[in-house]
Ligand binder design. Structure first.
Ligand SMILES: [Zn+2]
Length: 456
């Protein structure tokens, strides 16, 4: 069996690993590069393996940096099965068509305003391509052995993080090649912790927060302070949030503050992201997959105003009373939140609150680093709103969470291959693993191949 790193090597997005076993080619994760332009432009480079030569795709979870290249793969001729959990399939039904729509919308907008270098600007794929890719999904049960092609047996284990997220084990009859996927936190306000993985002879390990520890501070007092200070000035609190998981967490925290009278109950809370609304519906429909109770969900639902049409979204920007707006995407790199930033960032009365990881080069990362201007729709706008980052709300484990998950592997892995992180976070995690366990851990290069012996 061979493993080749086609993405997320030395960077946080674009997860794609090729596994070749007895001539069969399986792509583990099929993610888009996101973040800075240089990274996004990599989405346009041809894959080193032709799409039609792939036999199957396995997805660890539905986040776009793990699933968002799939419609492009289908556009290029892939038509094999896509294996994943049921939750991942359900979320991809929401996320992928939206990603296709956004690709088309961005291209249309760039053409209308004429700020693209490319004439005309083309989408990487369309909503239609996304719908075609959804027909290939074959959801699998958790914790069962599934026989795949190439003599491989696949097992999915829950990874916390978001609904449907899993770690994978691929057994070739002799060794287990495992993929951590994105690991959730040991203690998350709304998600369960990742399940332990007893065996991983070779392990591909994510390292988003490989160099950081989340603070243990309760985020509620800070959020309370920001909301009260902003609304008392007549301003708006804008929360860019990841549509899946973190939007629901933001709504839950705000509802807690209202229920306990720490912020005014009458402050309107708008959720302006059709995709996040669908993800929220899914969240409410699957009470067994997260920690929120049915009553929590009902209270959140009753306290939220859903903004559906584009007209209502535009109207939201011209309202004059204090409010809270939650909108995707979480790094402010696309989606409706960019229009809100355009209107709200130049005004000192407003606040912008980030909750999750901000990839280098994104507007989110620039804003939390104190940028005085940001580029929006081809022009620089001043940032006078106050910008905050709530530290303890990421959907990713920090390095202690990752190390405690690793500590449950029964036999030392032969090699741990660290990806899905900045070079600093991946190196740092490798050091921690060597120090804590004395295990072999390194950061593979893009397109590097690792050979794993087969059964005799
Ligand atoms: Zn993820």
């Amino acid at each position: 069996m061979q493993l080749k790193f086609l993405g997320a090597a030395g960077t946080v997005t674009g997860s794609k690993s090729l596994v070749v076993s007895h001539g069969r080619r399986i792509l583990v994760d099929c993610g888009l590069y996101q973040g800075i332009k240089n990274e996004r432009e990599r989405n346009w480079a041809p894959l080193p393996v032709p799409a039609e030569s792939l036999d199957a795709v396995i997805l660890t979870h539905a986040h776009i940096d793990h699933s968002g290249y799939l419609p492009a793969l289908v556009r290029q001729g892939f038509d094999g099965p896509v294996y994943c959990s049921e939750g991942t399939r359900d979320l991809c039904k929401v996320l992928l068509p939206d990603a296709g729509f956004l690709q088309e919308e961005d291209a249309r907008y760039a053409n209308k305003k004429g700020f693209s270098k490319h004439q005309p600007a083309m989408p990487l794929y369309t909503e239609e391509d996304a719908y075609r890719s959804l027909k290939l999904f074959q959801p699998l049960d958790w914790n069962k052995q599934h026989e795949l092609m190439g003599g491989l047996i696949l097992r999915l284990r829950r990874a916390g993080h978001i609904i449907g997220a899993g770690s994978l084990e691929l057994f070739n009859g002799k060794h287990v090649l495992s993929f951590s996927g994105d690991l959730g936190r040991s203690e998350d306000p709304i998600m369960y912790p990742p399940e332990p993985m007893p065996r991983a002879d070779w392990l591909v390990l994510e390292s988003t927060y490989g160099n950081r520890l989340h603070s243990n501070e309760d985020p509620l007092p800070e959020l309370e302070k920001i909301i009260n200070q902003t609304t008392s000035k007549g301003g708006t609190v804008l929360i860019p949030a990841f549509a899946v998981g973190r939007v629901q967490l933001a709504l839950h925290l705000i509802q807690q503050l209202k229920d306990s009278g720490r912020i005014r109950r009458e402050i309107p809370v708008y959720l302006n992201s059709p995709m996040a609304q669908s993800a929220t519906d899914l969240f409410f429909k699957h009470p067994d997959k997260h920690k929120l109770t049915r009553e929590d969900c009902e209270r959140i639902d009753a306290g939220t105003q859903y903004v559906r049409s584009v007209e209502d979204s535009i109207a939201l920007n011209s309202q004059k009373f204090p409010s809270i707006i939650i909108s995707a995407s979480g790094m402010a790199s696309g989606g409706r939140v960019v229009h809100h930033l355009n209107t709200l960032a130049p005004n000192h009365r407003n606040s912008i609150v980030f909750m999750g990881f901000q990839a280098p080069g994104t507007r989110g990362e620039k804003l939390i680093s104190g940028a005085e201007t940001i580029r929006v729709f081809g022009r620089d706008i001043p940032v006078r709103a106050s910008v905050h980052k709530l530290d303890n709300l990421s959907a990713h484990g920090d390095y202690e969470d990752i190390l405690s998950w690793l500590g449950k592997i029964k036999q030392p892995p032969k090699e741990i291959l660290i990806n899905h992180g900045t070079p600093e976070s991946s190196d740092n995690l490798a050091n921690h693993i060597r120090e804590r366990f004395g295990w072999e851990a390194r950061v593979p290069a893009l397109n590097e191949t690792v050979t794993i012996p087969d059964a005799l």
